[in-house]
Design a protein around this ligand. Sequence first.
Ligand SMILES: Cc1cc2nc3c(=O)[nH]c(=O)nc-3n(C[C@H](O)[C@H](O)[C@H](O)COP(=O)(O)OP(=O)(O)OC[C@H]3O[C@@H](n4cnc5c(N)ncnc54)[C@H](O)[C@@H]3O)c2cc1C
Length: 425
Amino acid sequence: MRQPTSRREFLKKAAAGASAALLPMPAIAQGAPGRVVVVGGGFAGATCARFIRRIDPRIDVTLVEASPTFTACPFSNNVIAGMRELRAQQFGYDKLANDRVTLAMSSASAVDAQARAVTLANNSRLPYDRLVLAPGIDIRWDALPGYTEAASERMPHAWRAGEQTLLLRRQLEAMEDGGTVVISAPANPFRCPPGPYERASLIAYYLKTKKPKSKLIVLDAKDAFSKQRLFQDAWKQLYPGLLEWVSLSTGGKVTSVDVPNMTLVTDFGRHKANVANVIPPQKAGRIAEAAGATDRTGWCPVDPVSFESKQQPNIHVIGDAAIMGAMPKSAFSANAQAKVCAAAVAKLIGGGKPDEPRLINTCYSLVAPDYGISVAGVYRPADGQLKDVEGAGGVSPADAPGAARVAEANFANGWFKTITEEVFG
Ligand SMILES: Cc1cc2nc3c(=O)[nH]c(=O)nc-3n(C[C@H](O)[C@H](O)[C@H](O)COP(=O)(O)OP(=O)(O)OC[C@H]3O[C@@H](n4cnc5c(N)ncnc54)[C@H](O)[C@@H]3O)c2cc1C
């Protein structure tokens, strides 16, 4: 709990022993309850900002977000397959005012961890006592030879929802029946481990119903993937002869792309595509690197209790940008981590010690519009990271009746409605 008196006395003594010019002056030193800046208003950041205010309304919270409209990735595969419109994925930030979160609609361009201040693209500076970074992912443009930002206009990644999602959809719509679609899936870790396989399923559904002479090849840099048996059983049942998955050991790893020839190159051969969806290697959103919070992997190591950076004190990292051990990079995880982080930040600002958390994740995937499957896990801190709680969680049963798959597709829709309502509603 908060300990205002002892903390104030401690700060008075500290200030007496050092010049004010050398000491960053956090708001708490001046008797105010504390200032938190959250960078990134996605599933992680917007949730965290709101929950800090709900846990302790005395804390001043500013949410920095680059875009006035958030476009959600979950269900964006349905948009690609023509089953949903992009506007159903889009949300604004006006409701965050209900929790008295201050909005700064700008991009954060730099973090001065020593002075505890964030610089925005418009050159304004936001001082903080604690900073929460939730910038999601960036593409590693240097990781796959030939795959540049310009190349993504011909071979979309569609791994950040928006224009790229629509581009891939338009390309599928323009393709003649009998064409070949190629998806390349990256090695771990990356945003949404089951995402490429849900995408393959829904594109296969589109082809089966609209362009049945076409073919879909998934080139994979892995030998195993999330919910693999469930996906593959469903593919056999729903898309026989249409969808082919090529594993790492059978030559699936894409080593370069030849954009002018619309070709994906592996060590085993070349795959010409009419439509190519390249899901490239990823890293934490670039502000995390600018803040000095990333390690050599490009992701951010964090303490598994408070999600404070292991590299930069007073900076917390949540969502896809963070290394969360066994917990996958999902919107469900990001939202759960955000609540834990909000409680930890409020505790720390009040001079307390964060409680050890337990976190849950569930990832639904659609194999067809009325065919859902899921994987769930429970996680706890152990040995400096988040580990699976043995015996908790699991995947949908392999031999479930059709009605169970329909029910899971409905649960997926319900989950999306609930989470977006909680984050943006
Ligand atoms: C095709 C696809 C399907 C998916 N399906 C599911 C699913 O079914 N279920 C599920 O749980 N997850 C799913 N995911 C994963 C999910 O989208 C991510 O895990 C989730 O969005 C991570 O949340 P985040 O807050 O970390 O990042 P994001 O949601 O990406 O939010 C990051 C925010 O930070 C902002 N930002 C970044 N840098 C700055 C900066 N410097 N200054 C200001 N703002 C900045 C961005 O504009 C963005 O709004 C899917 C992903 C994909 C690609």
